[in-house]
Design a protein around this ligand. Structure first.
Ligand SMILES: [Zn+2]
Length: 494
């Protein structure tokens, strides 16, 4: 069964995804050129190897192989003892050598899986293989001519191929999101789809429900976000179903997703493996992968998102919802854990809950409002922990804490320093004083009080506002609320 509401109940959608991830190595796949070319001038990170000059010898980047094996292990794949590189031959202006060094019949790994979840349902998606290859150069098309930037040529590129186990566009999006989470947690990919360092192609076909044989598939390219993966596949499934329903043939071809129009368009007929005339790369030695090395790499695997999510619920008592959001981005979860760690407190679960609320509401809001990434967060975990301490001790009210955190975010100062410098007064803990102020407000607003008694609930909000104003925000809103209600109910009607 598919995790989704079906587009149609008469047809079943079959999808397999090919994910390409540029690996975060310092140098390229087969030469010493730096991969840090994002902000470099075109054709400045190049050498005879990645420019495809004749007579040069490629050398395998060991880190790229290690990253690929780590990814394969995280995806529950088997790693063979022997692997090799092959030449994939095709002529295209972005392919400097006229062939791409890739892996054909003996990839670095096979037979894994990844679990996706949606609204409490889980589903296992098979991983056919994870292999290693090199990226191509980049073509920049201009009016009447094209430019080539070779900086990207030879960047390590990992390809992850799924089994055709995906049954809906929603599942495809969930799979991509989960894959990205895992790659970012492993630290092998930046996961940035918008920059093209993480890319996705999809094979999709439809068949009448109950039919064993697969339908004719098309390959969809140019999907640059999670949203476009889901939209493109929904469109394409619908297109294929309509062709079948009207008795027209589906052609096996590559189609591009046009984001602005919301459609897929035919680009070229699909190549088959034999079109590429694969043969073993004669310039590279085969890879002998020792079991010792594989176990060393396995030991280096960090905690993955699923495990972290379960731990947040178990160890910190967070809700599934909060645990999900905190673990989607590794950096956000890291920050949350550092806030908790910076808090010497006896009640760790209560502090974790307060920290989760602070991070998910205030910190995320401030980052968004200032267009900062988590790496640029000016609010240190210690500052967040300090704010929670001040709240815990009753030194500031929730209302005052908003002002303090804004200031801490803007200035980078510790909240306790801000409280001192700004002369923020502690909350009114003097019950008698608070009672008196509330009684005054009730006495001074007879019209609003009678409105409240007549059932106008927003009259109460007005009265609370008046009290807060008189106490200059030093009263706790929840106690004002309960005292007001008690007093309004006990004071005889006029
Ligand atoms: Zn190079």
């Amino acid at each position: 069964m598919a995790i989704d509401t079906e587009i149609t109940t008469d047809f079943e959608i079959v999808i397999g995804l090919e994910v390409h991830a540029q690996l975060l190595t310092k140098s390229k796949m087969f030469c010493t050129c730096s991969t840090d070319y994002a902000n470099a001038a075109p054709n400045t990170h190049v050498c005879p190897v990645c420019m495809g000059m004749p007579g040069v010898l490629p050398v395998i980047n060991e880190r790229a192989v290690a990253y690929t094996i780590m990814t394969a292990l995280a995806l529950n794949c088997t790693i063979p003892e022997y692997s090799k590189f092959d030449r994939k031959n095709y002529p295209y202006p972005d392919l400097m050598k006229g062939y791409q060094i890739s892996q054909y019949d003996i990839p670095l790994s096979r037979n894994g899986y990844l679990m996706i979840e949606h609204e409490g349902q889980t589903k296992r998606i098979g991983i056919t293989r994870v292999h290693l290859e090199e990226d191509t150069a980049r073509l920049l098309h201009r009016e009447g001519y094209s430019l080539v930037d070779i900086n990207r040529s030879g960047t390590p590129l990992m390809e992850i191929v799924s089994e055709p186990d995906i049954r809906s566009p929603l599942e495809a999006r969930l799979y991509m999101q989960k894959m990205r989470e895992i790659l970012v947690y492993l630290g092998v990919s930046s996961g940035r789809m918008e920059e093209g360092s993480l890319r996705c192609d999809a094979n999709i076909s439809v068949r009448p429900r109950g039919q064993q044989e697969l339908g004719v598939k098309t390959e969809i390219k140019n999907m640059n976000s999670f949203r476009s993966v889901e939209r493109a596949l929904s469109y394409e499934a619908q297109r294929q179903i309509e062709l079948l329903q009207t008795g027209q043939p589906i052609h096996q071809e590559t189609r591009g997703w046009v984001e602005t129009k919301g459609i897929t368009v035919g680009q070229r007929s699909k190549e088959y493996a034999h079109d590429y005339r694969y043969f073993p790369e004669p310039d590279l030695p085969p890879l002998i992968i020792s079991r010792v090395w594989v176990e060393e790499l396995r030991a280096q695997l960090p905690e993955l998102p699923d495990a972290r999510r379960a731990r947040y619920m178990d160890e910190y008592g967070l809700s599934a919802q909060d645990a999900n959001v905190l673990t989607e981005e590794k950096a956000l979860g890291d920050y949350f854990e550092r806030v908790v760690a910076a808090s010497p407190t006896s009640d760790r679960k209560a502090r974790a809950k307060a920290a989760a609320n602070l991070v998910l509401n205030e910190v995320v809001r401030l980052l968004k409002a200032n267009s900062f990434s988590l790496e640029e967060n000016p609010l240190s975990p210690e500052a967040s922990a300090n704010l929670l301490d001040l709240l815990d001790k009753g030194r500031i009210t929730g209302k005052q804490s908003k002002e303090v955190i804004e200031e801490a975010f803007a200035s980078g100062k510790m909240p306790e320093t801000i409280v001192k410098e700004k002369g923020i007064q502690p909350p009114i803990s003097d019950q008698v004083a608070l009672d008196r102020i509330i009684e005054e407000v009730i006495a001074n607003n007879p019209k609003v009080v009678s409105d409240y008694r007549a059932g106008k609930t927003n009259a109460l909000q007005y009265l609370i506002g008046q009290v807060m104003k008189k106490t200059r925000g030093q009263a706790k809103a929840d106690s004002v609320h309960s005292i007001l209600i008690t007093k309004l109910d006990e004071t005889p009607s006029a």
